[in-house]
Design a binder for this molecule. Structure first.
Ligand SMILES: NC(=O)C1=CN([C@@H]2O[C@H](COP(=O)(O)OP(=O)(O)OC[C@H]3O[C@@H](n4cnc5c(N)ncnc54)[C@H](OP(=O)(O)O)[C@@H]3O)[C@@H](O)[C@H]2O)C=CC1
Ligand SMILES: O=C(O)[C@@H]1CCC=N1
Length: 270
């Protein structure tokens, strides 16, 4: 689906912080004119002010799309600003963690076409991934438009339903933070083995980026890429024995971390 509807009917963006800015940058890069965007943002960055979008002005009566990119804790206070657009033709696209379709329909009306998407911060460099789902009123056309909007900043996975979105939030939504923490932890471990902090951080960061790029480009499975590094009887095998320990290794730790994040998503949705 093309984003022509945005150029024709306009897009209102509620909240333009980290994720809102990443999305707006992607849409502008895709060639949509700045004059198609109406952004509501109490603390506009220098970048946002330089884009030429309509900033904190009155919004069109029936824009093609309204994107909700405020924190879930702010949603209750922020959403009424767009309540008048509910139950119409405007497609609402929320990227907020937690806030459910039912909660949006309560404010906007249950005839409002609505897509929930869960992106991640690599969207800032066009390498994000989003899981998306939609309510009944959005239909196939609404879901396709939501997909096209999110594809401006990376890959998109269509979910079986809203029941999967807390898992996506916990895995890929927050996942970049786990990887950044992995860099920190690897660097610390290198320092413990005698490297300077600076060199250890350079090695850790480049290793994670290089491995990520290899995983992205290679047709081989993650398991095979791991095996390719692991010489039988060599050094990596000893490291992996620790990380693949069923009780204390990565799988057990990440199962707990992803569950804790998904549980928080469910809690935010109550
Ligand atoms: N960061 C991430 O990795 C991801 C975030 N998300 C979701 O994206 C959403 C935004 O997160 P993120 O970009 O990180 O948060 P930010 O705090 O960076 O952005 C939210 C923006 O909304 C502004 N805002 C607050 N109140 C209002 C209001 N009433 N009307 C308009 N704008 C308002 C905030 O201004 P101020 O700072 O002044 O309060 C802020 O600039 C959240 O719902 C989050 O769950 C989804 C996936 C990944
Ligand atoms: O931490 C959060 O709640 C948001 C959702 C996913 C990433 N950041």
């Amino acid at each position: 689906m093309s984003l022509e509807i945005v150029a024709r009917e306009g897009l209102v963006l509620l909240g333009c912080g980290k994720m809102g800015s990443a999305l707006l940058a992607g849409w502008l890069k895709a060639g949509l004119p700045a004059s198609s965007f109406w952004v509501i943002e109490p603390n506009p960055s220098d970048w946002l002010q330089s884009t030429g979008v309509h900033l904190n002005e009155g919004v069109p009566q029936a824009p093609g799309v309204a994107v909700l990119a405020v924190k879930p804790q702010m949603m209750g206070a922020a959403l009424p600003a767009l309540q008048a657009l509910g139950n119409g033709r405007t497609l609402f696209l929320s990227i907020a963690a937690g806030t459910t379709i039912a909660a949006f329909e309560e404010v906007l009306g249950n005839r409002t076409p609505l897509v929930r998407a869960m992106p991640n911060t690599p969207a800032m460099v066009g390498r994000g991934i989003s899981g998306i789902c939609a309510n009944a009123s959005a239909g196939a056309a609404g879901l396709a438009l939501g997909q096209a909007l999110m594809e401006a900043v990376g890959q998109v996975v269509t979910l079986d339903g809203e029941h999967q979105i807390d898992a996506v939030t916990a895995l890929s939504g927050g996942g970049p933070a786990y990887v950044f923490h992995l860099i920190e932890a690897m660097a610390q471990a290198g320092v413990a083995q005698g490297l300077s902090e600076e060199v250890a951080m350079q090695l850790a960061r480049a290793t994670v980026c290089g491995a990520g790029e290899l995983a992205y480009r290679s047709p081989e499975s993650a398991a095979q890429l791991r095996i390719n590094v692991t010489s039988p009887g060599g050094t990596t095998a000893e490291g992996l024995k620790v990380l693949m320990n069923p009780d204390s290794g990565f799988p057990a730790l990440l199962t707990r971390a992803v569950k804790a994040a998904a549980d928080r998503g469910r809690e935010l949705g109550k």
